[in-house]
Design a protein. Sequence first.
Length: 391
Amino acid sequence: MNDTIQSAMYKLHIVGPTNIGGREKLTTKDYLYNYDAGEVYLLNQREWFAYLYKHKAVSSFEQYVTQEMTQPKGRGMYQWAVDTLGKHNVTRQHLGNAVSSMMKANRCAENRKNSLNDIIPHIRCIDGTIYTPGSSIKGMIDTAIIEFLIQTDHRFKRNIQQVCHQLLQAYQNRDNRAQGRALRDVDSVIRKRMQCIPDGNNRINGAISSIFRGISISDAMPIDSITTEVLQKIDYGVGRDAVNDISVWREYILPGNELEFSITLDTSITQHVGIHSLEEVLTIIEQSQQRTRKLLKQSFKNIPSSIWQQGSTANAYLGGNTGFLHKTIIMAVFEDNPATGTDVIKAILSKQFDDHEHNIQDRVISPRMLKLTRWRNELWEVGGVRIERIK
């Protein structure tokens, strides 16, 4: 490596339940939920049908799928299997190769539903190993760098503010075309600022010129065996809004698990935005998380203090269900005027999700719900992690 390249290993410590989902979504046809054991069996469909054939239950299963599974009061697939095959034949041991993998999913004893609707599993390697993609960490770092430039480059900040005001004006005028154009202009302003100058004063266009090319992140692999659990998505509202249990389940890496990954920095590229060391990158990550956390604490004043305490050691947010790019950047742009930032985000969300009533309901912050889950009978904020350099 030359003098412009810096590389180091980092530990990713899971502080709050964290999920990074891939393209896969498990439906009720893809798993058996053994609520007595608190286990979700992901089915190998070929082996599952071989198992049914062995027990002469294929025809019965086909009848169940076509006539009962889709009915509101129909049995879940696990209950059908227990009734048809016998409970002793629907254990992980007896199912054998019909189970491709297993996830934990402990539920309250008084709520023994034998399916969990759709489940978003955590992303895995081809051999089934849980990991965190480097692209997810990279996306979080890239966003933090944009926020860093908003804080340090006042012209850049003003340019985004100007376009955001145009977007807000278009929304108020109900000009959908102008609103879409303004939203694209926000992205354009950011992309242009992220271009580096590799050769004299001549800029070059495209991804090859991006500052983000100067930071490379490896996948984060587990240090030890990873424990996960399927937990329900919960929305916690501002003010009088209720705690809403959403019918979406995610497989979360549980608090206390640790993974390792590397960051490689090419300072010949990142120096064009004032980043000269890996230490500065970690500081930028932490500052981004602190701004977000400060905003959330100011907005969700009714939230139990235990939730903030549980996440107090985190220095980054990672994974699904933790926010979206425009929200993070716009609130950084309007840090001194959060009400305007909230109005801009409401305009964006109202265009994208017209039936969610963001323009009416999002009074304090937008979106108006904090994303939580329930683990060990306690509410937890999701996605909190701690990143530390180890060598």
